[in-house]
Design a protein around this ligand. Structure first.
Ligand code: NAP
Ligand code: ZN
Length: 346
């Protein structure tokens, strides 16, 4: 076994703290990375708090991983020591179901193996990227360009692909009015991709203080959702809403802002259920849809697109010892727009 160190929550009630654990030896099809940077996703916080389901503890969160390859197994063809590489939210899937065969490992019919807070296919807990090293089968390791900042690339592995994938699926671009609901880690990437694909982008936000920053990200308009006049003016105006909100909210309120045939795409996963009144949908043939991360092929496509178009996340680089404070700030929506842990501080 390989000795590893990281930061773990021992229970849902305890803060993250230093923890030593073991990774499997590098198998014939595995790649071992030295982790350089790991983004901090709101999903990390949801999972530590058991917001969605009872978690696997101790929990080492982190699924926005960028690092350097230090060792590869005998059958690995695509990576060699020294390469920069990334790992996102998944580390395995069945590889044979109809979805996996189509490159939709994120929708594996047996369930993909999540990078942390999951058991791998042999029943061993998975541990994430708030750590110094990780061993992952080759098919789930991504190539990362050294052209861009590696730290600012890390959030692309979750926040990037989670917003890129639905925008591509619904072919959102020129001629579309896109609203991005919630300007956090996912939201700011949705703005960047929406603008890059040619859509007219409006940010719907609870935070008036983010208006100037939204424009700087490329958004064309900014609507403060507590301002009745602004909300009234936004009625019936969007073809798509991409909903990145991490807390409970009323979908019916936002559905009024969709045009006829508009689609409200949920990517945020608040604790509990969201409810929709049928009248909010049938008066305009509207849909509520969802999208979860993206497949491996599409994740590589997104990383290559970002390298070509100079797209990275706007980040605040933190020391791992400040992770508890970072979570507190993320809960208040006080992050511009992604914390990334500098793993050299571990
Ligand atoms: P984040 O950085 O904390 O951003 C969430 C944003 O939501 C906040 O910045 C805030 O934006 C807005 N917000 C917060 N509370 C709100 C409320 N009560 N009403 C309306 N808006 C509110 O979080 P994130 O990392 O982007 O993640 C967002 C959500 O996506 C989380 O639930 C996460 O678990 C989920 N997620 C899903 C996937 C997937 O595959 N579908 C992947 C990754 C993450 P404003 O200040 O602009 O209002
Ligand atoms: Zn995430």
């Amino acid at each position: 076994m390989i000795k590893a160190k990281g930061y773990a929550a021992q229970t849902p009630e305890t803060d993250l703290a230093a923890w030593q654990f073991e990774r499997r030896e590098v198998g014939a099809h595995d790649v071992q990375l030295e982790i350089l940077y790991c983004g901090v996703c709101h999903s990390d916080l949801h999972q530590i708090k058991n917001d969605w389901f009872p978690g696997v503890f101790p929990m080492v969160p982190g699924h926005e991983i960028v690092g350097r390859v230090v060792k590869v197994g005998d059958h690995v063809k695509g990576f060699k020591p020294g390469d920069t590489a990334g790992v996102g939210c998944m580390v395995d899937s069945c590889q044979v179901c109809e979805n996996c065969k189509e490159g939709l490992e994120n929708y594996c019919l047996e369930g993909n193996t999540q990078t942390y807070n999951n058991l791998d296919r042999s029943g061993i807990p998975t541990y994430g990227g708030y750590s110094n090293t990780i061993v992952v089968r080759e098919e789930f390791v991504l190539h990362v360009s050294e052209k861009l900042s590696l730290a600012a690339t890390a959030p692309l592995l979750c926040a990037g692909i989670t917003t890129y994938s639905p925008l591509r699926y619904w072919k959102i671009g020129k001629g579309h009015k896109l609203a991005v609901l919630g300007l956090g880690g996912l939201g700011h990437m949705a703005v960047k991709f929406g603008v890059a694909f040619g859509a007219e982008v409006t940010v719907l936000s609870t935070s008036p203080s983010k208006a100037a920053a939204a424009k700087a990200l490329g958004a064309h308009r900014f609507v403060v959702t507590s301002d009745k006049e602004q909300v009234k003016a936004a009625k019936h105006s969007f073809d798509f809403i991409i909903d990145t909100v991490s807390a409970e909210h009323d979908l019916n309120f936002y559905l009024r802002m969709l045009r006829t045939n508009g689609v409200h795409i949920c990517v945020g996963v608040p604790p509990g259920q969201l409810s929709v009144h049928p009248f909010s949908l049938l008066g305009g043939r509207k849909s509520v849809a969802g999208s979860g991360i993206g497949g491996i092929k599409e994740t590589q496509e997104m990383l290559d697109f970002c390298a070509e178009h100079n797209i990275v996340s706007d980040i605040e680089l933190i020391d791992i010892k400040d992770i508890t404070n970072a979570y507190a700030r993320m809960e208040k929506g006080d992050v511009r727009y992604r914390f990334v842990i500098d793993m050299a501080t571990l």
